[in-house]
Design a protein around this ligand. Structure first.
Ligand code: AVI
Length: 322
């Protein structure tokens, strides 16, 4: 873990640490077994996700970075000067760096992240690169309503940055709820800059979630490794397989862990039976057409002011306003 820069104070909202055992118990009790995708991201899971982003089949990260490289100056122009940039989640920082490099006199950078170590690591890198930008990290769960920290320098507007197509990991009703929450947080005159993966040839989408090197497979199975290590479940990791299929009707990748035999799993004092071939749902990765996304944003009271895309229209970065 990198050292915390001396003059940066973390606003620690003490996010509730969820009772993982209870989450697993609930998920395995459901008729259609499921576990939430946020359980992917322990240290190993986060490292595996970084590797997924480098796989040739996983076009999302590469394409979004290319869009930022080609359009960051234009995006910064649209956002205007003296912006307070609030980022939901703190990623590897490449896209954020590109944006901060082009923004005119940003008033503050406010990353909101539940993992204190990930938050400090990303903010330490950005602070040394942008010494004039006030850094106001907030340790909190961005899916819950947020009170932004008091501004060090009064911003002209607040822009929420939500890159990476993470919005696609939420089901439509939750995505609308989060967009509505962003709308409240950005206040009058603000905006949301969001990375949205687009509908395209299903084969290309499916390949992105079934890379030949098997990194995504390892990432998915790591959820079980993590649970065994952290909460003492006894998933036989070798008896489950990763399955990611594109559901064209719903416009999303549906990722499951499929039991390869009849088996039992123990969670705390409870026993759960799996049938052979029974699927446990672990992630949605929703894909949108420009119209789909505009309609969803409208449900949250937001309209699309501008869209930037790559030439092949694989991915989009969209600016939403009230
Ligand atoms: C973080 N999120 C946008 C990724 C996605 O594409 O849904 C997570 C991921 N899951 C498997 N591969 C990548």
């Amino acid at each position: 873990m990198s050292a915390q820069p001396k003059d940066i104070r973390v606003d620690d909202r003490h996010p509730d640490v969820e009772d993982t055992l209870e989450v697993v118990r609930r998920g395995l009790s459901a008729k259609q077994k499921k576990l939430p995708s946020r359980l992917f991201y322990d240290e190993r899971g986060s490292a595996l996700f970084e590797r997924i982003c480098e796989q040739p089949e996983y076009y999302l990260t590469r394409t979004e970075i290319a869009i930022m490289r080609d359009h960051a100056a234009d995006i910064a122009q649209v956002l205007g000067p003296d912006v307070r940039l609030v980022e939901y989640g703190s990623g590897s920082g490449i896209k954020t760096r590109m944006l901060l490099e082009h923004l005119h006199t940003p008033a503050a950078y406010v990353p909101v992240e539940i993992s204190r170590s990930a938050l400090m690591e990303s903010v330490a890198g950005l602070a040394s690169r942008f010494p004039d930008v006030p850094m106001q990290p907030v340790c909190a769960d961005f899916t819950q309503p947020l009170r932004l920290p008091v501004a060090i320098r009064p911003p002209r507007r607040t822009v929420i940055y939500f890159p990476g197509s993470t919005i696609g990991n939420f089901e439509a009703k939750d995505a609308v709820r989060i967009l509505r929450q962003m709308r409240a947080e950005m206040s009058m005159g603000g905006g949301v800059l969001v990375g949205v993966d687009l509908k395209k040839d299903p084969a290309q989408i499916e390949a992105a979630y079934n890379d030949a090197a098997g990194v995504t497979r390892e990432f998915t199975l790591n959820m079980l490794v993590r649970l065994n290590n952290e909460v003492g479940t006894d998933f036989d990791v070798s008896a489950f397989r990763h399955r990611a299929r594109y559901n064209a009707l719903a416009g999303r990748i549906e990722t499951d862990l499929v039991s390869m035999k009849r088996q039992e799993v123990h969670v705390g004092g409870d026993t759960f039976a799996f049938r052979e071939d029974e699927a446990m749902h672990v992630e949605y990765s929703c894909k949108y057409s420009l119209d789909d996304f505009a309609q969803m944003a409208a449900k949250a009271g937001l309209s699309v002011a501008q869209v930037w895309m790559d030439d092949e229209r694989r991915f989009s970065v969209q600016y939403l306003v009230r």
